[in-house]
Design a protein around this ligand. Structure first.
Ligand SMILES: *Cc1c(COP(=O)(O)O)cnc(C)c1O
Length: 403
């Protein structure tokens, strides 16, 4: 270990003194990262088991993505959508070719993409389905996480996300997650859309019963309701498929992407949809100054290419199964349940384990960076470039800390 602990302490002090206190990070100050590894300012090395909430699926500073970033940075970085650029068209085409959707609308943050999906669904309902402008409802689910804008936190079931931020946007109805009967009962002629995460990540890696999403799809189709699936965290390989909804062989009307689309380098998000939905947007209806900027588009093109060339989706499926299997052999009085799909695994601790935070802090001391979700769940979500040996390395430490 190091003798210059002050470097971290000073930087933490600056952040605490001059930064807003809207996060409670682990006290590791990262200075450098490569692949699945990060180094702090004292030179300690850690395995990153959070991957920036899946925004770093391709691994930190992937050489090809960084090269694309640098090359584009030297040419042109921003045009705004007032002019065209030579990266947006190719990105849209490549994404559509990969996913089978007809159009892509780029934004920056995940929350903006969710807002875009909400606007698209509402405008579709008001202009095509015939629901009056001041009416209509979008069905959402308890435990959801779709971002932090005022509209989005307005339909969160987490008190802390809402408290003090009202008044909120009307037009949303909360339903229990995974309960098909509740969805069936909630659909009315004024239902616009169903907005759902295929697995609730922030909710604690909650996996709905098999067949739930498929039945929701059928219900939506039968009632001419749009199905909008938030794949911002679950998508782009995390669960061992390109998109998590593929596990149920369904096709949503709107797919919301973000996080790993930027290869851990640039914020870029957006929605995928076919013409009937996307054509509700006319020039001036919606936009973003940085949305579709050539720098982010060039990075996203490279991020997708890396995902495919390096078979990261398959790696996630294969090593996820291996990792889950090894975790399930752990004997620990602290573990209540282990669940996951692909390289997205939640270890739920018992109520008397003393909270997940202390285990995350203990794992940090062992060289493994994880983040608790809620009070009792440790989430494991390494970059998808991880190897079997690195999982074994992590398993030794996890076993020790949970023993
Ligand atoms: C992270 C996330 C968002 C919000 O993305 P931001 O880029 O933080 O705005 C929305 N939905 C899901 C499922 C997410 O994981």
């Amino acid at each position: 270990m190091s003798t210059t602990v002050d470097a971290s302490a000073d930087l933490i002090r600056l952040e605490e003194e001059y930064g807003a206190h809207n996060y409670h990070p682990l006290d590791v100050v990262v200075e450098k990262a490569r692949g699945v590894w990060v180094w702090d300012v004292e030179g300690n090395k850690y395995l990153d088991f959070l991957a920036a909430y899946s925004a770093v699926n391709q691994g930190h500073c992937h050489p090809k993505i960084v090269a694309a970033l640098k090359e584009q940075a030297d040419r042109v970085t921003l045009t705004s959508r007032a002019f065209r650029n030579d990266q947006l068209g190719p990105l849209c085409a490549e994404l559509c070719q990969l996913t089978g959707y007809k159009r892509f609308l780029p934004m920056n943050s995940g929350a903006e993409a969710v807002e875009t999906a909400i606007k698209a669904a509402r405008k579709w309902a008001h202009t095509i389905k015939g629901i009056p402008e001041d009416r209509g409802e979008i069905l959402v689910f308890e435990g959801n996480f779709h971002g932090r804008t005022t509209t989005i936190v307005g339909f969160s079931s987490d008190e802390q996300y809402r408290k003090g931020f009202g008044p909120f946007t009307p037009g949303f109805k909360l339903l229990p997650y995974g309960d098909f009967k509740a969805v069936e009962n909630a659909v009315t002629p004024e239902t616009i859309a169903i907005l759902i995460e295929p697995i609730q990540g922030e909710g604690g890696i909650l996996i709905p019963p098999m067949g739930f999403l498929r039945r929701v799809r059928e219900l939506a189709t039968a009632n001419r309701v749009l199905l909008a699936v938030d794949e911002i965290q679950s998508g782009l390989g995390r669960t061992g498929k390109l998109f998590c909804f593929e596990h149920e062989r369904i096709r949503p009307d709107i797919v919301i992407v973000g996080k790993a689309l930027g290869g851990g380098c640039m914020p870029i998000s957006g929605i995928l949809a076919d013409d009937e939905v996307m054509d509700v947007f006319h020039p001036g209806d919606h936009g973003s100054t940085f949305g579709g900027n050539p720098l982010a588009c060039a990075v996203a093109r490279s991020a997708i290419k890396v995902l495919l060339e390096e078979n990261l989706v398959e790696n996630s499926a294969r090593l996820g199964e291996y990792f889950l299997g090894r975790l399930q052999t752990l004997k620990s009085k602290y573990i209540k349940e282990i669940r996951g799909k692909g390289l997205w695994i939640g270890v739920e601790l018992t109520a008397d384990a003393g909270g997940a935070r202390r285990f995350c802090e203990a794992l940090q001391k062992q060289g493994l960076l994880c983040k608790e979700t809620h009070v009792n769940i440790i989430r494991f979500a390494p970059p998808l470039v991880i190897t079997r040996q690195e999982i074994d390395w992590a398993m030794e430490r996890i076993a020790k800390v949970l023993a």
